[in-house]
Design a binder for this molecule. Structure first.
Ligand code: FMN
Length: 181
């Protein structure tokens, strides 16, 4: 039982992978992948992800009260992995990964240009849950790559978002099924 519980979250997979971009007090950008992520409210629009205490991302969010959720596609696997490496504080993973930081509309944290979508967030709440902190953001502005989202359906098959399985394993979307009676 104990052995099964150490990696239990690997059963709940694949999970959406996001790149959270932030800035520190000096304005230096940071980006890191997270896959403990979920929508929590539609109106108001709230999104949550879970972070361990040690992350620079969490420190920056606490310092600035904002962040951007960027959604990478499968062709950004390498860049996403580089962003997940441990760099000294103040080193921008966005630059290290060869990604492009572009200005956001409502927050100082940059959007990552190459991503499928960018959700600009203001920190709404933070809760401790076991060994992680649940960070809840209120979406203040959204950018989506042209042609992927009409406000109803997101074109997942074209978008091919990057899904996280565990450790170095990732997945892509095979098929979208529609239930009919
Ligand atoms: C695909 C992937 C998903 C990850 N998901 C999480 C997560 O949900 N929560 C977390 O605390 N760390 C997660 N990590 C680890 C952080 O991304 C990693 O420790 C990163 O270096 C943190 O960067 P930062 O200190 O600049 O915030 C994940 C790493 C990868 C590669």
């Amino acid at each position: 039982m104990k052995k099964l519980l150490t990696k239990w979250h690997r059963i709940l997979a694949p999970r959406a992978t996001i790149l959270v971009s932030t800035v520190n007090r000096e304005g230096v950008s940071n980006a890191a992948p997270f896959s403990f992520v979920m929508p929590v409210s539609i109106d108001p629009p709230l999104i949550a992800f879970a972070s361990v205490e040690a992350r620079h991302t969490l420190k920056n969010i606490r310092a600035t009260g904002e962040f951007v959720v960027n959604i990478p596609s499968v062709d950004l696997l390498r860049e996403t992995w580089i962003c997940g490496k441990s760099f000294p504080e103040g080193v921008s993973e966005i630059e290290q990964a060869g990604l492009t930081a572009v200005p956001s509309e409502k927050v100082r944290s940059p959007r990552i240009k190459e991503c499928l979508a960018n959700l600009e967030c203001l920190l709404e709440a933070e809760y401790q849950a076991g060994d992680h902190w649940i960070v809840v953001g209120r979406i203040a502005a959204i950018g989506v790559r042209e042609g992927l989202f009409d406000g109803e359906a997101f074109d997942l098959v074209t978008a091919q978002p990057l899904m996280h399985v565990s450790s170095k394993d990732f997945a892509s979307l095979g098929e979208v099924m529609t239930y009919t009676e």
